[in-house]
Design a protein around this ligand. Structure first.
Ligand code: ZN
Length: 279
């Protein structure tokens, strides 16, 4: 059986294009280093085939020509562990996922080269919150005593004009989305409300949770407040997509990286906008 192996030069270029780091975003291990002997280096890197080099191999694609199978497009640089891993679990490590790793690893290496990406950044997860307004409403809870009124036969009759003052319940419904905007998974995510204002209701995060790279978790969150005013002011307030009160809302996300170190993101709502700060 023939194997459509990569040429020496293809292997060399694959390794260099990712700076000799494993392309699995959850690994990123260096694949080259110093050998015991001073005139040698140690390599644990492999130019793995995205679709197998021979029939019956993992992800083998019989529609490819020999040339395509040997082409650099069909290769990815991995450490020896990850190369074994992707061949063991073919369901989990599909062609598209592996191609995705390769694209991201090459982008990272370009950024690293121009100093836009520190090694540190690639290893730490970073979560950001987005608040998506779903709907708002005002519910009438009755006339305010601030309206002119008279008592007739023991019953209070409000002198209702065009703009009566009403006790309103103002309700906002949101999707609070926690995005993992990094190449590293975030484990044991927790959300804490620190400000003077809190959501009236929010879904709980699962007790055991994690957010893989570039994935997200959606939580439903509601906010409710009372207002005594005419409907014009109630409309102005409840139609604001981020309630003015949220200036006093502060969220703190905590989450752990692969090494069980904890990271934080602080979330604030200012001038109708959401601001995330890494701490
Ligand atoms: Zn690896």
């Amino acid at each position: 059986m023939s194997r459509d192996d990569f040429t020496k030069s293809t292997i060399d270029i694959l390794a260099k294009r990712v700076g000799y780091l494993c392309s699995n975003p959850n690994c990123k291990k260096p694949t080259i280093g110093a050998h015991e002997q001073k005139d040698k280096s140690t390599s644990i890197g492999i130019a793995a085939h995205i679709t197998a080099a021979s029939p019956g191999g993992p992800r083998y694609d019989d529609t490819l020509t020999i040339e395509q199978r040997k082409n650099i497009d069909n290769g990815i640089w991995l450490c020896s562990n990850c190369a074994t891993l992707i061949d063991k679990d073919k369901e989990k490590y599909k062609i598209d996922l592996i191609k995705d790793w390769k694209i991201k690893a090459e982008i990272d290496s370009k950024l690293r080269l121009i100093g836009e990406l520190k090694n540190q950044d690639t290893n730490n997860p970073y979560l950001e919150v987005d608040l998506i307004y779903k709907s708002g409403m005002r519910l009438n809870n009755g006339y305010s005593f601030k309206n002119p009124s008279t008592i007739e036969n023991g019953i209070r009759i409000f002198d209702v004009n065009h703009f009566p003052i009403i006790h309103w319940r103002l309700i906002w419904k949101f999707n609070l989305t926690i995005h993992n905007n990094s190449l590293s998974p975030a484990y044991n995510v927790q959300i804490e409300e620190l400000g003077d204002i809190k959501f009236s209701q929010m879904d709980n995060l699962p007790k055991i949770n994690n957010i893989p790279q570039f994935e997200k978790i959606d939580l439903r969150a509601n906010y409710e407040t009372q207002l005594e005013s005419d409907y014009r002011e109630a409309d102005r307030i409840y139609k604001t997509k981020i309630p003015e009160d949220f200036e006093k809302l502060q969220l703190k996300l905590s989450y752990q990286d692969n090494n069980r170190e904890t990271h934080f993101t602080i979330v604030e709502f200012k001038n109708d906008d959401i601001q995330n700060y890494k701490q």
